[in-house]
Ligand binder design. Structure first.
Ligand SMILES: NC(=O)c1ccc[n+]([C@@H]2O[C@H](COP(=O)([O-])OP(=O)(O)OC[C@H]3O[C@@H](n4cnc5c(N)ncnc54)[C@H](O)[C@@H]3O)[C@@H](O)[C@H]2O)c1
Length: 331
């Protein structure tokens, strides 16, 4: 397929662009290159356009050209303001990019008769879940932050195009991702980079918020499956493989300790040198306690399963971090 990847210079989008190209798809990356977008993530790609998904006129030019004159077969939208903390301080950029931008992108795709759009959404649209249970695609939407509310709004708007106009829109909702290219403002990169820099590692509140982590390659594989074999109008869930000896998820506090243990082992530093940097700070307002997704529909329909265990994924991530100090120092 000829793919337009919006937000393809960010964390998940860049990983997706590399794997899509490896599977033989042709790729054009369309990205505003905000603080979160990094051209180094996609330096090997020849088709990179700096542009805004909120600009219908800029999109028209890119859609009219396609890739070397060949029209796009699909649009995959990763472009977003993605950091919850920033949405608490300033919500409007989240409404503009995540909601208005997503609809502007879909409208442009329709004008240029691009058959399919895959929208990358999040489990955060469901809000927090109790200590047990998992959200299904039928669970009510109860987003807690401006970030998750803007993602939920985009999902509903795009699905309305499917119901009203029969447009082929597919939605993916995924749990917390980790892996190479993730911006250091996010939790796992913060723990790794602050530990390496010897600065304090902030842990929100009591650190007992539970997250289900998925290695980015597993998420990307699911998105490719949706693109190649998914159904119009469907919502697909992707989650992690679970934690050894535990059903789903791990607390932020435990995860930080795991990361520091692996880091100490790999750098030959004392574990206590790293753990002394952990510092509990005031909790994020409206902080969700737990996320957990039921991804059995994706398994049944697409044959998808997460392959990378948490320990293996964390080791790979730390290895990448240690091998690329310039990448994160520059960011
Ligand atoms: N990171 C996660 O754990 C996670 C989990 C589930 C879903 N998601 C969703 O996946 C998508 C990608 O997340 P990420 O973590 O890679 O985010 P990211 O912040 O790393 O990347 C976002 C990219 O979008 C680009 N962008 C921002 N505004 C734009 C605009 N107006 N026009 C064009 N490009 C713009 C940025 O430059 C950046 O390259 C987001 O939609 C997010 O909601 C992320």
């Amino acid at each position: 397929m000829n793919l337009l990847i919006a937000g393809g210079a960010g964390f998940i989008g860049a990983n997706f662009a590399h794997d899509a190209a490896e599977r033989g798809h042709r790729v054009l990356i369309y990205d505003l290159l905000t603080y979160a977008g990094n051209p180094k993530n996609v330096a090997s790609f020849t088709h990179l356009v700096k542009g805004d998904i909120r600009s219908a006129s800029a999109l028209d030019i890119v859609f009219a050209e396609g890739i070397d004159g060949v029209p796009f077969d699909a649009v995959v939208n990763f472009a977003a303001e993605s950091h919850v903390d920033r949405s608490i301080s300033l919500a409007m950029p989240f409404v503009e990019t995540n909601v208005v931008g997503a609809v502007t992108l879909l409208e442009a795709a329709r004008r240029h008769r691009v058959p399919t759009m895959v929208q990358i959404s999040t489990d955060e649209v469901y809000g927090s879940i109790e200590e047990t249970g998992r959200f299904t695609a039928q669970s009510p939407l109860r987003p807690s932050s401006a970030y998750s509310a803007s993602k939920a709004a985009a999902d509903l708007l795009l699905l309305s195009y499917y119901r009203t106009h029969g447009v082929d829109v597919r939605i993916t909702r995924c749990t917390n991702n980790y892996g190479r290219f993730q911006h250091p403002e996010k939790f796992i990169p913060t723990v790794i980079s602050n530990a390496l820099a010897g600065t304090s590692i902030p842990i929100y509140g009591d650190g007992n918020q539970v997250r289900d982590w998925i290695f980015v390659d597993d998420h990307v594989a699911g998105i490719l499956d949706v693109l190649e074999r998914g159904r119009p109008g469907a919502i697909y869930h992707f989650g992690g493989p679970g934690i050894e000896g535990d059903a789903v998820g791990i607390s932020n506090f435990e995860l930080a300790h795991r990361l520091l243990r692996i880091l100490a082992e790999k750098t030959g530093s004392q574990l206590s040198h790293y753990t002394a940097l952990l510092q509990n700070v005031t909790d994020r307002p409206g902080h969700d306690r737990r996320y957990a997704l039921d991804w059995s529909d994706a398994e049944r329909e697409l044959g998808w399963r997460p392959n990378i265990e948490l320990e293996e994924g964390l080791r790979k991530t730390i290895d990448w971090w240690l091998a690329h100090p310039n990448w994160w120092n520059d960011v």
